[in-house]
Ligand binder design. Structure first.
Ligand code: SF4
Length: 422
């Protein structure tokens, strides 16, 4: 790390953060980054000199352990410690990520509306003006080079970066798997199949496209584009998300090809971050069709693999209401297969999603309780269940009482699904 003092700023280049994604209740940065500390702000930049984290240092900043993060798709996320003590129980993390673009029934007030947060965003304008001035000043070479790169990476440049990011993928990532919370959603996305199988009525993340696997050439081109996009910051990535909604259905050949190519093209072995991870979604049919040899091969890859399956309910009337065209017997079968894969393969974890919501048919919760009480083993630690509020405007008290009743009954770890896009 190199440290400089310029006027009333302290600048540190090439800081070394944690090399693993640790679950801590104190703010700890991971990866390599650059930092500027002004009297009022702490601004951290990725290795492309693009702003990544922001925290106010003024007295009215909401909490010393809270901060803002900017994603590669240029969304801002506010990391809150929450207004109650059970954030970890609910989400499996010590922070609650509040999205600037989406409401969440568990966290109604938007931190983005707080004066201190708005002032912090407003303060960035003068910060970038000074960065532009300093980029022309007579300063040590590494510092001037950093200022030069940072000076052009803001405002309209971020809009262009967002467009480039989505152009490479061919479409935005509408939702990330819940398990990607283990790497703070820092995944390199690569779409290997577009569309999905069921086009369920309740789902707000689907597209109209039929399920269509991509060619190997298209996948490799996407990886090369993504590698160029990430530039020097590639060093900070050790996790890949194979999208979009059902990579498991793409089949053994394409899935393994994409996982291995991603490891090679993204040079994951050279990542600053330890413990490579692979994330993907799977449908009920994909889970039931997947051959044993696919799981055997995934288990041998240099990743820990997390597969998230959308089950939603075991109650026929609820599945009808959700317009999910899968019989409950198949859902149950996929759930049992998930338990089996988790038991059998050390480096694979399959998790499942169920919906939560007032007003669902009366058989929904009993069907989950039946499942909860008769299957799984909490001490085994694998195979978590995620509960997704069906509507963004559900009353929080109802959701919490439903969630905690299930969490107590489940013999598997259970959390709320926090949705994030890229
Ligand atoms: S829940 Fe999954 S399968 Fe159903 S529409 Fe959404 S993405 Fe498609």
């Amino acid at each position: 790390m190199a440290a400089y003092r310029v006027e009333d700023w302290r600048i540190s280049l090439h800081c070394k953060g944690a090399r693993e994604f640790l679950k801590l209740s104190v703010p700890l940065r991971h990866g390599r980054y650059h930092e500027i500390r002004t009297p009022d702000l702490q601004v951290q930049f990725n290795l492309n000199a693009e702003i990544k984290y922001l925290q106010g240092r003024q007295r009215d900043w909401p909490h010393p352990a809270e901060w803002l993060k900017r994603t590669p798709a240029d969304d801002w996320i506010y990391y809150s410690v929450g207004s109650y003590n059970d954030v970890f129980d609910l989400f499996g993390e010590y922070y609650f990520p509040c999205l600037s673009h989406d409401a969440n029934p568990f966290f109604r007030h938007s931190p983005f509306a707080l004066p201190a947060v708005q002032e912090t965003f407003s303060a960035l304008g003068p910060v970038f003006e000074r960065i532009r001035r300093l980029s022309q000043a007579d300063l040590p070479k590494p510092l001037r080079a950093f200022f030069r790169r940072a000076a052009v990476a803001n405002g309209p440049a971020f809009q262009r970066r967002r467009e480039d990011f989505h152009r490479i993928l061919g479409e935005p990532i509408s939702i990330l798997p819940p398990d990607s919370r283990h790497v703070d959603y820092a995944v390199i996305p690569v779409i290997i199949a577009r569309g999905c199988l069921y086009h369920c009525g309740f789902c707000r993340f689907k597209t109209r496209k039929p399920f269509t696997p991509l060619t190997k050439t298209a996948i490799v081109n996407q990886m090369k584009g993504m590698k160029a996009f990430l530039g020097q910051d590639l060093l900070n990535y050790n996790a890949v998300f194979l999208g979009q909604h059902d990579a498991l259905l793409a089949g053994k050949t394409l899935l393994l090809f994409a996982a291995e190519k991603a490891y090679e093209i993204f040079e994951i072995e050279r990542s600053y971050m330890k413990k490579a991870r692979l994330f993907l979604f799977g449908s009920v049919d994909a889970m039931l069709r997947a051959e044993e040899s696919l799981f055997e091969a995934l288990n041998r890859l240099p990743y820990e693999t997390c597969i998230n399956i959308g089950l939603e309910s075991l109650d026929p009337k609820t599945l009808d209401r959700l317009k999910k065209p899968v019989p409950p017997e198949r859902v149950k079968e996929a759930f049992l297969r998930m338990l089996e894969v988790n038991r059998r393969y050390f480096r694979i974890e399959v998790t499942a999603n169920f919906v939560l919501g007032k007003g669902l048919p009366s058989g929904h919760l009993p069907s989950l309780f039946e499942l909860a009480q008769n299957h799984g083993n909490k001490t085994f630690g694998k195979g978590g269940l995620y509960l997704s509020p069906l509507h963004r405007r559900e009353p929080k008290a109802d959701l919490l009482s439903g969630f905690y009743a299930l969490k107590r009954a489940f013999r598997l770890p259970a959390y709320i699904y926090l949705t994030q896009r890229l």
